[in-house]
Design a protein around this ligand. Sequence first.
Ligand SMILES: NC(=O)c1ccc[n+]([C@@H]2O[C@H](COP(=O)([O-])OP(=O)(O)OC[C@H]3O[C@@H](n4cnc5c(N)ncnc54)[C@H](OP(=O)(O)O)[C@@H]3O)[C@@H](O)[C@H]2O)c1
Length: 323
Amino acid sequence: MSQVPHITFCNGQKIPIIGLGTWQARDEEVRQAVQLALECGYRHFDTATLYQNEEAIGDVLSKWISEGKVAREELFITTKLPTIGNRAEDVPKFLTTSLKKLQLTYVDLYLIHFPVGCKGKDENDLQPRDSEGKVVLDMSTDHKSLWKAMEEQVDAGRAKSIGISNFNSEQIERIMKFCRIQPANHQVEIHAFHQQRELRAVCHKHNITMCAYGPLGAPYKEKTKEKTVLQDPVVTSIAARLGKTPAQILLRHLIQLNIVVIPKSSNPERLKQNFQVFDFKLSDKDMRDLDNLDQGKDGKLFIFTESMIGVENHPEFPFKIPF
Ligand SMILES: NC(=O)c1ccc[n+]([C@@H]2O[C@H](COP(=O)([O-])OP(=O)(O)OC[C@H]3O[C@@H](n4cnc5c(N)ncnc54)[C@H](OP(=O)(O)O)[C@@H]3O)[C@@H](O)[C@H]2O)c1
């Protein structure tokens, strides 16, 4: 049985501290990645309705479970409610569809993917756009009724834990006031250039664990002319001294901060390498040097206003305030 270090949620559930990200990996690519990841010892997989790869992931997981190579209880599966499902009445429908595709009876963690609601033509219109290319917003998004519907998924046994993604501190404080079951985890962009110290403090105060997406600062690396986090001289020099790769240093930095990481890779060598982060430890000095790479909001890579034109007009757009 694979022994992956874990973090414990406020409800006692354990999440493996490293999982495989699967955004932008579909069909045969994600099938091969999940198969190899299971062979390497990964037991935690991160997907979403939006990624349109739950069926392929479910195929591999169900094969492993039915062949007795892994027990369902050893796996930790996260999926996410799409923005077009950000209404109380849509939550059970989207989670049920995800479970069917994943061939599971429950997910370990169900997240609200993004605090903004959108209006799709149907369940498959996951990124609705109008004739001008602007995102079709549902201005009536109500987090209180939405969260109640999320809690009902735990009651119904469809999700072991529930959480949020891309929420700001005010939205978290609001949920904490009205929740019956609190968010167990918050998934946000975190990497050495964008360390989210203030948001981490808010989550820590409420005993909400954190999961870093984009922990390698990618896939935006090719789009920028500036040095990426993987190419940063502080990162590369620590890597060279310890005989590790820059990615291993970046992942280890977050792991030592008690943050769950979900690096995505479909490349066999990189996927294996990203998991080999438990045979070394960064010194206090290395941790400090990596902490000092934080660029605050300037280090943010995921802007959303470029891929979702007009999203900033929604009352729940989370990035109107610093954190
Ligand atoms: N909640 C949200 O809104 C949200 C947003 C974004 C992402 N996510 C989740 O978080 C996961 C991770 O984030 P991400 O995929 O955006 O970024 P990431 O994991 O930081 O980076 C992935 C990119 O880095 C490359 N890569 C992987 N390992 C590498 C290594 N060892 N050295 C150099 N390059 C490497 C990958 O290419 P290869 O595949 O070719 O290796 C891929 O292009 C996603 O897959 C998804 O599950 C969630």
